[in-house]
Write a protein that binds this ligand. Structure first.
Ligand SMILES: *Cc1c(COP(=O)(O)O)cnc(C)c1O
Length: 357
């Protein structure tokens, strides 16, 4: 039996995807060669890259005028590429929303390149809510936000209107719910939270926003390089792109984003109902801003958790320790996590309350 994998990232993947991926490592497409030992320019791999892009376009209904890229360097390199490509070379200025560790890492990188206006921050309460009612200066070259704060378990439910470009780090909730891509100018996401193994970063960018900064951008950091080379400027992370393609195909075969939205809603409901009901635990995030992907909870004062830790391990649960900056527990409920796993965790929480409350 496989563990109930609540890992925050790299994340759980569907069992059938792991089976297909391991088969392809041994013999890909009947070539009698491994997926990871053939040329990325072979027609077999080019077909994989094209299929992955097509599935992104289809699942998210990406409108005309946007390019879909599979890059490297994780979301962390996007923290650098975004300001390089979108901040004006002279008097560059961008607006950022500070909602957690990843958002503030993005801010640090942007500050090396131009001026950053932090238009809202929830740092005062250890990032347990999403700031609202802030205004974005009209002069900003773009506005940057993080849709789901993986570490703190908060999620933006309603995106603000922006006077200019809208950029979003969607690493930990892309493909988890409906998304109107036309409201965004650039979206990026590391694959390893909700799409595949680490190594690839998905970027969806509106073509017309590029090439307008007046900056001489190093080729590798320039989105237009990767667009013109169809994500093959250099050797792409073939395994990560392939497994991401399989996961997106799995999503499509099961009913796409509409289907997973319902599944994710159910999982989050079951999880948060228990967090709110159980007298030994308390949720850390403000209710209205709770993430449907990462549920963070703490033992209430005085509750000793050794018994709980032994119980969930015994139940085959893995990966629910909270991030060190929050403590307690974090149940990450990405697309491939079955409802059954959430129910198993909830049963353990109930049993812990019954025997230790
Ligand atoms: C994990 C994560 C990152 C960092 O991703 P890397 O691919 O490791 O660079 C950035 N943003 C969010 C929201 C994340 O969850």
């Amino acid at each position: 039996m496989k563990k109930h994998n609540f890992s925050a990232g790299p994340c759980i993947l569907p069992p059938e995807v792991l089976r297909q991926a391991s088969q392809a490592v041994l013999d890909f497409d009947g070539l009698e060669l491994s997926l990871i030992e053939i040329s990325h320019r072979s027609k077999n791999f080019v077909a994989v890259m094209e299929k992955a892009q097509e599935l992104v376009r289809e699942l998210l209904k990406v409108p005309e005028g946007y390019s879909i890229l599979f890059l490297q360097g994780g979301a962390s390199l996007e923290f650098v590429m975004v300001p390089y490509n979108l901040m004006k070379n002279e008097n560059g200025r961008a607006a950022y929303l500070d909602t957690g560790t990843w958002a503030s890492n993005a801010i640090k990188e942007a500050q090396r390149i131009g001026q950053v206006d932090i238009v809202g921050s929830s740092k005062d309460k250890n990032y347990n809510y999403i700031p609202k009612g802030f205004s974005i200066p009209g002069e900003a070259d773009y506005f940057h936000c993080t849709s789901n704060n993986t570490i703190f378990g908060t999620q933006i439910k309603e995106f603000p209107e922006t006077p200019g470009l809208m950029v979003c780090d969607m690493s930990s909730d892309i493909f988890s719910k409906p998304l109107d891509v036309s409201k965004f100018d650039l979206i990026y996401a590391g694959a390893q939270k909700n799409m595949g193994p680490a190594g690839a970063t998905l970027v969806i960018v509106k073509d017309e926003i590029l090439g307008k900064t007046g900056r001489n951008i190093p080729a590798y950091l320039d989105y237009t390089t990767h667009i013109s080379k169809e994500s093959m400027f250099n050797t792409p992370p073939v395994f990560s792109v392939y497994v991401s393609m399989l996961t997106l195909q799995w999503l499509k075969d099961n009913g796409g984003v509409e289907w997973i939205t319902e599944v994710n809603k159910q999982k989050a409901e079951v999880m948060y109902n228990e967090i709110d009901r159980n007298s030994l635990f308390t949720g850390t995030a403000e209710k209205e801003d709770r993430s449907s992907m990462n549920a963070c909870f703490l033992p209430v004062n005085g509750v000793k958790t050794e018994a709980f830790d032994a119980m969930w391990k015994e139940a085959g649960i893995s990966g629910i320790n909270g991030h060190r900056s929050v403590g307690g527990y974090r149940a990450s409920m990405y697309n491939a996590l079955p409802l059954e796993s959430v129910k198993t965790l909830v049963d353990v929480m109930k049993e812990f309350e019954r025997t230790n409350g």
